[in-house]
Unconditional design. Structure first.
Length: 362
């Protein structure tokens, strides 16, 4: 269609060009609301999934006794076959506010139909996960995600482990890939409408249609733990925040035990701070009219996609923020493109193992 794949030339890039170019998802899709990306964004945030999937929750205790929640999608549609195969675990990472949107659930259901094992990663205190310690997860701190990936690898030792993030949640996945390098345990990753520059994103401000629903969602969740959080932060200032930036500062910069500056916080939490160390293929699906990420000229790190053999940018002129709609209920061609990418990656990895005579890791 009108998409472009921007990347450094390589054998993997050629394989992706062939696979994505033949995918029906990218063959000149039908665009809905092409001139109103903000309405697409609002619909994506507020629309309930159809039908509501069943999940099995598992709480994972971390070394400091904190908890994260893993929600395994188990229905209502049964597992199918094809796609990444029945041995592929797909880790779904919501946005930084922890809101599990209808789009993320629809992606999980599509993956379930194709034989993946989808599981949602919920940060401390997010989406009903109990807050066992007076500490939340900073924007780009991958420590808790690393523990979850280690657990998934132990539980499914022979599976391909894949990860996909949505919106601002991509900051966590990108930071993890850069910090872990070749030890990430992931076979491939994808980011849907990622936020690449966290500090610039918070400082620029976001459309109120996006910011206020997420701000209210965060405050509602944090208010449940006001008593325990009072040990670490000024709860009145936290709940009185009028923007996502003010809330982020109240949670992680103006703490009672270890206050820090806004500049120092982002030195440790920028998503791309260690991008040169990433050693896992990452597909970043972005639209030029994304009203949340900002203008492409200043929000897309084009130099990264031209220099790193592991980063691939699938850029489309329309699609809004995590929208990418097409005709039909629950339809999103972006989801089909991501699942096709994972299928192509699994195919490429199997071919490389046969060519080099490498045994599958156990």
């Amino acid at each position: 269609g009108r998409c472009r794949l921007l990347c450094k030339p390589s054998a993997l890039a050629q394989h992706l060009v062939r696979s994505l170019g033949q995918s029906p998802a990218l063959q000149g899709g039908c665009w809905l609301w092409p001139r109103w990306p903000r309405l697409q964004m609002l619909r994506q945030l507020l629309q309930p999934p159809e039908p509501e999937p069943a999940v099995a929750r598992e709480l994972l205790q971390l070394p400091d006794t904190g908890l994260v929640a893993l929600d395994w999608l188990v229905g209502p549609r049964g597992p199918g076959s094809g796609g990444g195969g029945p041995s592929s675990v797909l880790l779904l990472i919501p946005n930084a506010a922890g809101k599990v949107t209808a789009g993320l659930l629809q992606l999980g259901l599509r993956a379930l139909e194709r034989g993946f094992i989808p599981v949602i990663f919920n940060r401390r205190g997010h989406n009903g996960c109990p807050l066992a310690t007076p500490r939340l997860q900073p924007f780009g701190d991958p420590g808790d995600l690393r523990e979850a990936v280690t657990y998934l690898r132990c539980r499914h030792p022979a599976a391909l482990l894949l990860a996909v993030s949505e919106g601002s949640g991509s900051g966590l996945l990108l930071a993890y890939l850069g910090e872990s390098g070749s030890s990430s345990r992931l076979a491939a990753a994808a980011c849907i409408s990622p936020v690449f520059r966290g500090r610039d994103w918070f400082e620029a401000g976001m459309p109120w249609l996006y910011e206020w629903p997420l701000l209210l969602h965060l405050k509602r969740g944090l208010s449940r733990y006001a008593g325990s959080l009072a040990e670490a932060v000024d709860v009145d200032g936290l709940l009185g925040s009028r923007s996502l930036r003010e809330l982020e500062e109240a949670l992680f910069c103006r703490t009672k035990s270890r206050p820090t500056s806004w500049e120092a916080y982002w030195e440790r939490n920028e998503p791309l701070r260690d991008a040169d160390e990433a050693a896992v293929p990452v597909l970043c699906l972005c639209s030029a009219d994304d009203p949340v990420r900002g203008p492409p000229a200043c929000s897309l790190p084009l130099e990264l996609f031209g220099s790193s053999p592991y980063f691939f940018l699938l850029l489309t002129p329309r699609g809004g923020h995590c929208g990418f709609p097409r005709r039909g209920p629950g339809r999103c061609w972006g989801h089909e493109a991501v699942l096709e990418y994972f299928r192509a990656m699994a195919e490429f990895l199997r071919a490389e193992e046969r060519r080099k005579g490498l045994p599958r890791p156990r």
